[in-house]
Design a binder for this molecule. Structure first.
Ligand code: PMP
Length: 362
């Protein structure tokens, strides 16, 4: 077999070898149909089973209550930035946002095109190195929903606790931490995530929506942009991204085989601790970019004291088989993304490489 890279890509990202191998086995022929999953009708009973089973697996693994629907949509999480206000932000109401970085800013920008918005908490003055304290959060009157970004993929900060919004729907972008840890879904009105980091390949976007919220799409909204269209058609209104949904199905079975989401959370913490320990024990050679209390378990952002050394780190790490350690172009520095499928061995290898690099350059 060809050697697998130590893949720390931010997304699309590593998938488990077992999942890839199973997909390879079923690539040409699936379910006794005499064809691959990509060649069959999305109206066939075989695909319908995949669609339904994937939803059941999600429900079970993520503890999704009965009065929520799970949807498989296209257009990425970026389309949800617009679709959410189109469906949930009615005239006279305000979409409230917690501003925590690059991705929440993109969500705010799109919502502004649709209606009234308010930033109710921000860490902009701290250069998005922390999740703001939301214990005293005040929402404007007539708030339609509060939007949060559960994990800021670029800055490497993550909520450890979600705010309580009472009767006001909480909307969560979980694109970079979905199914990486248990979540009380009942706290949310809507959760959305592109699959391509923790849940499978690109091409499918998961939306988990409370039934009553999905029922209220404005009557003038075009069919594909309405949640009720997709709810009423079991995500089969038009041709779905069937291969991506199938891959999510395999990925969910892999998560189940590892003991479920709580076990995956522990695994993710064990992986991340290796790298944060390498940073914290480096005597200042490496510096974590995020405040300790807001550090992400998914995207570890860090710096070395000169940009030359950062460049050298990336160059040498690539030569040693590591991929994806360059920080996002907007913030620079270094970033290791350690999503569900990144093996512990990759993190051990990175921690060892970091220590070795420091010894040679410290
Ligand atoms: N939100 C977050 C937190 C993300 O990390 C990303 C992608 N990196 C997006 C939204 C946008 O997702 P997509 O590319 O699927 O539109």
């Amino acid at each position: 077999m060809t050697k697998r890279a130590y893949n720390f890509n931010a997304g699309p990202a590593a998938l488990p070898l077992e999942v890839l191998q199973q997909a390879q086995e079923q690539f040409v022929e699936f379910g006794g149909a005499g064809m691959s999953i990509m060649e069959m009708s999305h109206r066939s009973s075989i695909y319908e089973n995949v669609n339904n089973e994937t939803q059941s697996l999600l429900r079970e693994l993520f503890g999704i209550p009965d009065h929520y629907k799970t949807l498989f949509l296209q257009g990425g999480a970026s389309t949800q930035f617009g679709m959410i206000p189109m469906n949930l932000l009615s005239e006279g109401k305000t979409a409230a946002f917690v501003q925590t970085g690059n991705w929440s800013n993109k969500a705010i920008k799109e919502a502004k095109l649709i209606g009234k918005t308010a930033i109710v908490a921000t860490s902009e003055e701290n250069k998005y190195t922390r999740i703001p304290d939301l214990s005293e959060l005040k929402l404007p009157e007539e708030t339609a929903y509060l939007h949060i970004t559960s994990n800021e993929t670029i800055e490497g900060i993550q909520y450890s606790e979600y705010p309580n919004t009472g009767d006001i729907p909480l909307v969560g972008d979980m694109s970079s931490d979905i199914l990486s840890r248990p979540v009380d879904v009942s706290k949310f009105g809507l959760i959305y995530a592109g699959a391509q980091k923790n849940l499978g390949p690109s091409g499918v976007t998961l939306v988990i929506i409370r039934e009553d919220l999905a029922a209220n799409s404005p009557k003038t909204l075009s069919s594909m942009l309405r949640y009720d269209t997709h709810v009423n058609n079991n995500s089969l209104y038009n041709t779905p991204p069937s291969f991506s949904v199938y891959m999510v199905n395999l990925m969910l079975k892999w998560i189940a085989s590892k003991g479920g989401v709580s076990a995956i959370e522990q695994y993710n913490r064990d992986k991340t601790n290796l790298i944060y320990d390498a940073i914290d024990s480096s005597g200042g050679f490496y510096r974590g970019a995020a405040d300790a209390a807001s550090r992400s378990v998914m995207n570890i952002t860090f710096r070395i004291h000169t940009e030359e050394l950062e460049k050298q780190f990336i160059k040498e790490s690539e030569a040693a088989g590591f991929v994806g350690l360059k920080g996002h172009r907007d913030v620079g520095g270094l970033r290791a993304s350690t999503y569900n499928a990144v093996p512990l061995e990759s993190c051990k290898a990175l921690a060892a490489f970091m220590s070795d690099f420091q010894q040679r350059n410290g």
